[in-house]
Design a protein around this ligand. Structure first.
Ligand SMILES: [Mn+2]
Length: 329
């Protein structure tokens, strides 16, 4: 990547290519054969992951993102959906390792509910198996994070220990090593092997969760009662109460419940740190900054929201007037 900091960060696309084209045009990118680039290459895009699943134009989205990446107009980061796509189709035992927990011969469980989550992508590539293999090879080249002196970016949550763990392992994406080995390490949730990479990749691509204190629970969108919740990691855990730290809305009566110690002590990206850009959290409504140095650009384009961008020029205090978006069509 060039050293200039003229970057347009774009959030989760999920197969909404019409909105992506409209956004790129609005930002001043110019369409060339199958791609877009900024006049005189003065700006670059960083895509924050989640290109596949949910939307109507998954192939088109991947083709455009790939074309921009290959021509140097964009950097594309990995989202949890691309990681899931790579993991879901991998056979347990291929490459020489086995994990204990999965079912039906695959590295991930293939329950009907899990298969359902992949249907849109399956429909897109049915009859185009060769192209799907290419797409998976492309996904292997997507970095788990990106950092410079002036910003950091990843799909879900920034975590310095996760970044160090990947640096120590010598990988910024799957293509940096032996994929057959790395895909196991990335899925080794129970640390069956001592070289598990599950936790750092999970933190970067899905964000931290907490086990709720005894007696605290909530009902999720599928009507299931849950006892762990995603953490709003951009909220200072030394001061906030449990309801402020939980991404899922908790009943007001839990406001005074104890925040687990490990949550109080976890890494906090302070006000003086570099700006961090992320997607993933399905935010609703009009795009806004989470904080002066934390910017989430996932505004649920696949659920009638909008596709959002932040136009970054290196400023260390972000400015909400630099948010640009197009509504879903
Ligand atoms: Mn995501």
């Amino acid at each position: 990547m060039s050293s200039k900091s003229a970057i347009d960060f774009i959030g989760d696309i999920h197969g909404h290519c019409d909105e992506l084209r409209a956004l790129l045009k609005k930002l001043g990118y110019v369409e060339t054969t199958g791609s877009f680039r900024y006049p005189r290459d003065e700006r670059t895009v960083v895509f924050l992951g989640d290109y596949v699943d949910r939307g109507p134009q998954i192939r088109e989205t991947l083709n455009l993102v790939r074309a921009m990446r290959d021509s140097g107009s964009a950097i594309a980061l990995m989202g949890n959906h691309e990681f899931n796509m790579l993991s879901f189709w991998y056979k347990n035992g291929d490459g020489g390792r086995f994990l204990k927990n999965p079912g039906r011969g695959y590295l991930r469980k293939h329950t009907l509910n899990q298969i359902k989550g992949h249907l849109k992508t399956i429909e897109t590539f049915a009859g185009h198996e060769d192209e799907f293999e290419e797409v998976k090879d492309f996904a292997k080249t997507l970095p788990f994070y990106l950092e410079t002196d002036t910003f950091c970016a990843q799909h879900a949550s920034f975590d310095p220990e996760a970044v160090s763990a990947l640096k120590n392992a010598g990988i910024s994406c799957f293509a940096d090593g032996n994929f057959d080995e790395l895909i196991y390490r990335a899925n080794d949730e129970d640390c069956e092997y001592t070289d598990s990479l599950f936790r750092p990749i999970d933190l970067l691509l899905k964000g931290p969760e907490m086990k709720l204190p005894d007696g605290v629970s909530f009902v999720d969108k599928d009507g299931k009662r849950r006892t762990s919740a995603r953490i709003r990691w951009w909220v200072d855990p030394t001061r906030a109460d449990l309801t402020e730290l939980s991404m899922e809305p908790l009943d007001e009566k839990y406001k005074s419940s104890a925040v687990p110690d490990e949550v109080r002590r976890r890494y906090f990206h302070g006000e003086d740190e570099r700006p961090v850009f992320l997607g993933h959290y399905w935010l609703k409504g009009k795009p806004q900054l989470l904080r002066r140095n934390v910017c989430c650009l996932d505004y649920s384009v696949a659920a009638g929201g909008c596709l959002a961008c932040y136009r970054f020029d290196g400023e260390q205090q972000l400015d909400a007037t630099r948010l640009v978006w197009v509504n879903s069509v």
